[in-house]
Ligand binder design. Structure first.
Ligand code: ADP
Ligand code: NI
Length: 218
């Protein structure tokens, strides 16, 4: 099976698994991460089959979306085997999808990703910032009944995974200071850093406008 027919199979599998999600991780997010991965691959030395497949599969076993991530991973491995992926390719793809999430980078020893993994991680992080990232944060916050803003709740400066998922101490605006504005400096590749710069400016302008309006100055 050639590269494009393998990728087409992965596309269909991911669509089937992700299709019904409405938490901001829907298939539209997956397609943007795939497209950003392809863009970054033009100037960074990743493995296209590994990186593009991992981009399609990176949220399929997300613990926010599925009850049993381990069972979902078993399903994904079986699918990849059937689709002619080698054991090494399957191992690398699973290593990426299990370790790329922001919450994993909050621990003491953040996982070290392969170059293909670093590219997909950058693509996923780029989709969390800028205009789309801003909307996703608002959408996610609304879905989880977060307040928009509360000046008495200060942004948390250090969080572990449990604290990151503790939404009772979260506001939508604080999410920018706790996570989104930090992502630019966390990009692995120069290509992603350049794309992140414009998206950062958008978010900073948005926050300045928001706070100006909130405080009655604009
Ligand atoms: P990752 O998959 O990188 O670990 P998450 O799954 O935590 O990231 O987040 C997915 C999307 O939901 C991102 O766009 C993120 O900014 C948004 N999001 C996550 N947590 C919050 C939150 N507490 N408030 C608002 N948006 C959030
Ligand atoms: Ni994602």
């Amino acid at each position: 099976m050639n590269l494009s027919s393998k990728i087409a199979k992965v596309h269909n599998f991911s669509l089937k698994q992700m299709g019904s999600d409405t938490t901001g991780h829907g298939f539209d997010h997956i397609l943007r991460v795939v497209n950003l991965t392809k863009k970054i691959l033009k100037s960074e030395p990743g493995n296209p089959l590994i990186a593009i497949s991992a981009a399609y599969l990176h949220d399929v076993a997300d613990d926010k979306l599925v009850k049993d991530p381990a069972a979902q991973n078993v399903k994904t491995i079986a699918f990849l085997k059937e689709s002619d992926f080698s054991d090494d390719e399957i191992a690398e793809i699973l290593d990426i999808t299990k370790n790329l999430s922001f919450s994993k980078s909050l621990g003491q020893n953040p996982p070290i990703l392969s170059i293909s993994g670093k590219i997909v991680q950058d693509a996923d992080r780029l989709d969390a910032i800028g205009a789309i990232g801003t909307l996703r944060a608002i959408y996610y916050g609304g879905k989880n009944s977060q307040v928009i803003y509360d000046p008495t709740v200060k942004p948390r400066t250090s969080m572990d995974k449990t604290e990151y998922r503790n939404l009772s101490r979260e506001t939508i605006i604080n999410h920018f200071y706790e996570k989104l504005l930090n992502l630019k400096a966390m990009m692995n590749t120069n290509t992603a850093r350049k794309i992140a710069a414009g998206r950062q400016t958008f978010m900073l302008n948005f926050l300045e406008e928001f706070l100006g309006e909130w405080n009655g100055k604009l």
